[in-house]
Design a protein around this ligand. Structure first.
Ligand code: ZN
Length: 117
């Protein structure tokens, strides 16, 4: 299950927290607004890294499952897997998360899709 990555997540959050402590030590006169901006930036980074880790683990688990047949949204033909592609997503915090997704191509009309999810 997903909890095998817990220690990795703890390590990430510990890194972010200690980075924040360091920043605070280096900016003893930071204003409330500066502190807020800095913490938000780091929380957004942490969020993006956690999301990447979750997606990666889910993908790894999904790879063990039998592949379901997907039909082309354009013409209804059976889609064929065509390797993996990088897909860039944006979190609401404006951080970029890069994930690897299986990519499907239609042999009939050439339409390409990422499986839903
Ligand atoms: Zn098609």
């Amino acid at each position: 299950m997903i909890d095998k990555g817990t220690s990795q997540w703890e390590k990430m959050s510990t890194e972010i927290m200690s980075g924040m402590k360091e920043w605070a030590a280096q900016h003893p006169k930071a204003t409330f607004a500066e502190i807020e901006r800095e913490t938000m930036k780091r929380m957004a980074q942490l969020q993006a890294r956690i999301m990447e880790a979750i997606v990666r683990e889910m993908e790894a688990e999904r790879a063990q499952e039998p592949v379901e047949v997907l039909r082309c949204p354009e013409c209804g033909a059976e889609m064929h897997p065509r390797g993996k592609r990088k897909r860039r997503m944006q979190t609401q915090g404006g951080q970029e998360v890069t994930i690897q997704r299986g990519y499907l191509v239609c042999p009939e009309c050439g339409a390409g899709i990422f499986p839903p999810g």
